[in-house]
Structure formats: C-alpha cells, structure tokens
Design a protein around this ligand. Structure first.
Ligand SMILES: Nc1nc2c(c(=O)[nH]1)N[C@H]1C(S)=C(S)[C@@H](COP(=O)(O)O)O[C@H]1N2
Ligand SMILES: [Mo]
Length: 299
C-alpha cells in the first residue's frame, strides 16, 4: 500500500496521538496510525523489529553529545517545525523547500530495514519514508552530477553537542549518484508509524541500509548535487578508518576491530551476537553497483 503525505500529515498524526492520550486505548486504531502501519514495503526484512524503546534510547547523534543516551536526553528541545531543505548544485530546480513541499507526492512506505552501526551493533527499524530517487527526479538531476552531498542542521542553542569542535560541523555525508538513486535508499520521516523521534533525526533523515549507520545522516537541511566526491564527516576525521563508501562488509575489518559479527541490540543476555552479512544482507540488490571495484580499496 502506498501513502501520500497529504493522507498522513504530521499534524494529523500528532492530533491522533493527542486524541489517543485523551481518549485512551479505544482510539488506538485511529485511521492515520492504522494506515501508516499497514504501509508495508516489499523491501522489508521479516526479522523482528527492535522495540521503540531500544530504537529511541540507544542513539548516535553527536550534535546532542557523544553518549548513547545523550540524544534521548537532549534532543527534545530541537525545533523541527518549520523545517526547510535547500537543494542546490547540479539540479534544474534549485531552491529552499519547505518539508511539506519536499514530501509532496512522494509515496510513503513502511520499510523494515536492518541497520548496522560501524561500532558492530545492529538493530531492525520499521522506518516510514520515501525513496530519495523520487525527490531527485522531481528537482531534476543534471547530467554532469555524479554525487549527492547532505548536511545536518547546526543550531548551537538547541544542540549542546556542537559546542564540541571535534567534528567540523555541520555533520556531512555523501553518496554516489547511483547509490542515491537506488530504490533501497530512503529519506525517512518516521518510524513505528509515527513522526520521526528527534533523537533519530527528526524531521527527515537518510537511511542507506547496506552501509554503516554513520552514512544515514540525520536532520537534513541541505542536499547538493555535485560532480566531485564530497567531503564526509567520518572520512574527514579519520580517513584511514572510514572510507567514503562504508559499505557493510564482514571481510574488511575496521583497523581497530573486526566487522565480521555484530551485537543485535535488545536481544538479551543469551546471545544477540550474529554474523554480519555482506552489504548488511542487501547483497542481491546492491552488489551490481560495485561491479569491478575492489571493496578493500574502496572501503
Ligand atoms: N547528523 C548526524 N547524523 C548521524 C549521526 C550524527 O552523529 N549526526 N550519527 C550516525 C551514526 S554513527 C549512526 S549509527 C546513526 C544512528 O541512528 P539512530 O540513532 O537512529 O539509530 O545515525 C547516523 N547519523
Ligand atoms: Mo554508527
């Protein structure tokens, strides 16, 4: 099932949430919530999603601090409405677009994706989002464009972490154009059928499920089409440890730790350790993107 943003606006969803809190459990099945949960995608894994509690309490979002609990503790003060995204560079229709305009006519789906952090933990997250390709098609990518660069908001008065200069803010990420256009690559605006929690990158963040989690940049305010490989935050910090591609690859270790296995967050005392899959399990879909590349060199 496909949803348009006009069917499920954040306003409706928040309204439903308020009704839900005022009216009790009987209102759980309000139409917008029920419909958004039903929007399952063929790209979803059938693995059990992590709990909302896991997904919203164990985060990396350095704009709010480096601790896993910092985003949940400090992101509450982030203003996410109004929100606009500047789309510029090698596009036919550059401009600064309101979030509602960015999402206009883009079909929303629920995508249950594996998510693998470079720190060797993983989760399964039921995202709500739309394909980045839909937005890029709408703004018109010029033939000379080869890469897409992304930037996160920098708002010191709401983001205590940006006072620390160890990252050269804004947080930046990038994809090759064919990676950006791949149907698995989404801009996510929610999870578990609700608008994106702030600690997870409200109101709109990238999700690239076959790459290490740091590629999935949060709270995006700029998308630029370029003809040169753009600088990216982790590569700028430590190029010998973090490459531009950062595809999940159990055969290419991080210089300081193995990438062969991962700890699934929330799976309890007995186990939770599992083998990491090539391209995080999305090999059939994305391996052709890298035909002819040596992934130990292009890590
Ligand atoms: N702007 C921004 N985006 C970011 C990060 C960050 O610190 N700042 N952390 C990245 C890392 S390392 C990971 S693992 C994921 C975590 O996403 P989650 O908290 O929704 O699980 O966000 C990525 N996106
Ligand atoms: Mo990460």
């Amino acid at each position: 099932m496909r949803l348009n943003w006009s069917d499920v606006t954040p306003k409706n969803m928040w309204l439903n949430r308020r009704q839900l809190m005022a009216g009790g459990a009987a209102l759980l099945a309000t139409p917008a919530l029920a419909r958004i949960e039903a929007a399952k995608s063929a790209y979803s894994t059938d693995e059990e999603p992590n709990s909302l509690e896991d997904i919203t309490s164990y985060n990396n979002f350095y704009e709010f601090g480096t601790g896993k609990g910092d985003p949940a503790e400090y992101a509450g003060g982030l203003t996410v409405d109004p929100w606009s995204i500047t789309i510029d560079g090698l596009v036919d229709k550059p401009g600064t677009y309101d979030l509602a305009d960015v999402m206009k006519d883009q079909p929303l789906e629920e995508r249950i994706y594996r998510f693998r952090c470079v720190e060797a933990w993983s989760m399964v997250v039921p995202w709500i989002g739309f394909q980045l390709s839909g937005l890029l098609d709408r703004v018109g990518v010029q033939p000379s464009a080869k890469f897409v660069a992304f930037e996160t908001l920098v708002r010191p008065e709401e983001m205590p972490g940006v006072a620390s200069p160890f990252i050269e803010w804004p947080y930046r990420e990038g994809l090759r154009l064919d990676e950006a256009m791949h149907p698995l690559t989404i801009l996510a605006t929610g999870l578990y059928g609700e608008p994106m929690p702030k600690q997870n990158g409200a109101p709109i963040r990238l999700v690239v499920p076959w790459k290490y989690g740091f590629k999935s940049i949060k709270s995006i305010v700029r998308i630029s089409l370029t003809d040169k490989m753009p600088p990216t935050t982790w590569n700028m910090l430590q190029p010998s440890e973090y490459g531009f591609y950062s595809n999940v690859n159990p055969t290419v270790d991080h210089p300081r730790w193995s990438q062969a296995s991962e700890r699934r967050i929330g799976t309890g005392l007995f186990g939770g350790r599992q083998d990491t899959l090539m391209f995080n399990g999305y090999e059939a879909e994305v391996a052709p993107l890298y035909a002819g590349q040596d992934l130990a060199v292009d890590f």
